[in-house]
Design a protein. Structure first.
Length: 445
C-alpha cells in the first residue's frame, strides 16, 4: 500500500497543492483581493472537477478489473468519448456564467472573473490529464502519473513569474501559466499512454500474468464480443462505477463553496487566511487521498489492502502534528498578517484525524462496489456540519466554522464504518481468501 501510495502522493502534491501554493505565492504581492480571487477560483475549479471525477475513477476501477483478462481498448475509448461530451457540457456554461459566479463569493468579483476566464476555459486540458492518468493507474502504474505531475509543476514554476510579473498579466497570468503547463504535460502524457496501451495489446493472452478474481466482477466479464455492451454501454458502466466518488467529491466542493461564502462574511482578511490555510493543509491531506487511490487500485485488481482505516487515522494524527509545528513560519510566507491562517491550521487538528480515516477507507468502499455507502456517509456528515457552521459561527465567530468541520468528519467516518449488510461481496466464505481480504471491512478486522 505505502509503496503504491507514495508516487500518488508526490503526484497529488505537485499537481494540485504545489500549483495552488505557487499561484498564491506569486499573486500575494498583488494584495489580499488577488489572494481571495485565487482562493474562490480554485474552489470553483474543484467543484467543476467533481462533476467529471466519475470518469477517471470509473476508468481506474474498470481498467484494473480488466487488465490482463479482457481488452482495454473499448473501455479507454469510452472514457475519451465521455471526456469530449462532459468537457463541453461543463466548460461552456462555466465560462459563460463566470461573472455571476464570481459575484456570489467575492466583493472583488472582477478579479475572480478574470481568473475564471482562463482557468475554467482550460478545464478540458485538466480533465484529459485525469483520464490518461486514470488509465495508467488502473494498470497499476502510479509512477508515470507522478513524473507527469513533476513536469507540470516545473513548468508552472518557470512560467508563473513570467506571465504574472514579466508580461504584466496579473491574476490572469497565474491562470494562463497553469493552463499552458498542463497542456504541455498532457502532450507528454498522451505519448506515454499510447506506448503503454500498445505494449498491453501486443502481449499475448498466454503471457498475461495470473490474477486474483476481482471482489466485484466486471459486468462484462465472461461475455462474448456479441453479448458485451457497446461503446454506450461501457460509457454507462464507467460513469456508474465512478459516480459515488464523483458525488462525494462534488458534495465536498459544494460545501467548500458554502464555507467560502460563510467565511467571507468575516472580512477579506479571514477569507484570505482561510485560502492560505487550506492550500497549506492540502499538502498533508494529499497523504489521505494517496492512500485512498492505492486502496482503490489494489482492491480493483483483487489485491490485499491491509488496513486503510488505521493507516488513515495515523496519517491524520501525523499531518495534524506537522501542520501545527510549521503553521507560523509557513503562513508568514504568504501574508503580512498570518494570524487568520494560523488559527485555521491550529483548529484543523480536530478535523484531520477522522478525515484521514474516512478518505483512506473510501478507496476500498468505492472499488468493492460500496461507494454508495461512502456517499451516504459523506452527505450525513455535511447535514450535520453546515447547520452547525452557521449556528456556531454566530456564537464563536469563525472558530465555530472550524469546529463544525471536525464534527462533520466524525459523523461521516462513523457512517462509513457501519457494518455492511447484504451489499456486493457481503457473502462470506465463498470467495478466495485473497479476494475476501481485498473486499473485507475497511478496518482490516
Amino acid at each position: 500500500m505505502i509503496r503504491l501510495a507514495l508516487p500518488v502522493y508526490v503526484e497529488l502534491v505537485t499537481a494540485v497543492v504545489a500549483v495552488g501554493l505557487i499561484d498564491l505565492l506569486w499573486v500575494s504581492g498583488l494584495g489580499e483581493a488577488a489572494i481571495a480571487a485565487v482562493t474562490v477560483a480554485t474552489t470553483a475549479e474543484y467543484l467543476a472537477y467533481g462533476l467529471f471525477l466519475a470518469v477517471p475513477t470509473g476508468l481506474t476501477v474498470l481498467v484494473g478489473r480488466r487488465d490482463g483478462r479482457e481488452p482495454l481498448g473499448p473501455v479507454v475509448r469510452a472514457g475519451w468519448k465521455l471526456w469530449a461530451v462532459l468537457s463541453v457540457a461543463i466548460t461552456v456554461p462555466a465560462v459563460l456564467l463566470r461573472e455571476p459566479l464570481a459575484a456570489l463569493f467575492s466583493a472583488e468579483w472582477r478579479l475572480t472573473a478574470e481568473f475564471f476566464l482562463i482557468s475554467l476555459g482550460g478545464l478540458p486540458v485538466y480533465f484529459a490529464q485525469t483520464v490518461a492518468d486514470g488509465v495508467l493507474k488502473g494498470r497499476g502504474d502510479t509512477r508515470r502519473p507522478m513524473r507527469h505531475a513533476l513536469v507540470c509543476n516545473a513548468l508552472v514554476v518557470a512560467l508563473e513569474p513570467l506571465f504574472i510579473h514579466g508580461l504584466g498579466l496579473g491574476v490572469q497570468g497565474a491562470a494562463l501559466a497553469t493552463v499552458a503547463a498542463r497542456a504541455v504535460t498532457l502532450a507528454i502524457t498522451l505519448v506515454a499512454l499510447s506506448r503503454a496501451l500498445s505494449q498491453a495489446l501486443s502481449r499475448a493472452p498466454s503471457q498475461a500474468l495470473p490474477r486474483v478474481p476481482s471482489p466485484v466482477p466486471s459486468r462484462t466479464a465472461g461475455a462474448s464480443p456479441k453479448a458485451g455492451p457497446g461503446g454506450a454501454g461501457l460509457a454507462r458502466e464507467v460513469v456508474r462505477t465512478g459516480l459515488p466518488m464523483s458525488g462525494d467529491f462534488l458534495a465536498r466542493s459544494a460545501v467548500g463553496l458554502a464555507l467560502v461564502d460563510l467565511v467571507a462574511g468575516f472580512g477579506t482578511a479571514e477569507l484570505a487566511g482561510y485560502g492560505i490555510g487550506q492550500k497549506i493543509m492540502l499538502a498533508g491531506v494529499m497523504v489521505f487521498y494517496a492512500l485512498r487511490q492505492a486502496a482503490l487500485i489494489r482492491t480493483a485488481r483483487g489485491e490485499a489492502t491491509g488496513s486503510p482505516l488505521w493507516l488513515g487515522l495515523g496519517a491524520g494524527a501525523a499531518v495534524a502534528a506537522v501542520l501545527n509545528a510549521v503553521a507560523v513560519p509557513v503562513t508568514a510566507l504568504f501574508a503580512a498578517d498570518p494570524a487568520p491562517a494560523v488559527g485555521f491550521l491550529r483548529w484543523m487538528a480536530l478535523y484531520l484525524v477522522p478525515f484521514g480515516g474516512l478518505i483512506a477507507v473510501g478507496g476500498v468502499l468505492q472499488a468493492s462496489g460500496r461507494g454508495g455507502r461512502l456517499l451516504a456517509a459523506t452527505l450525513a456528515g455535511f447535514a450535520v456540519q453546515l447547520p452547525l457552521a452557521y449556528a456556531l459561527s454566530g456564537w464563536l465567530g469563525v472558530t465555530g466554522v472550524w469546529l463544525s468541520m471536525a464534527a462533520g468528519a466524525c459523523v461521516s467516518l462513523a457512517g462509513a464504518l457501519v457494518p455492511r449488510g447484504s451489499g456486493p461481496g457481503s457473502a462470506r466464505g465463498r470467495a478466495p481468501r485473497s479476494t475476501r481480504t481485498a473486499a473485507g471491512p475497511p478496518s482490516g478486522r
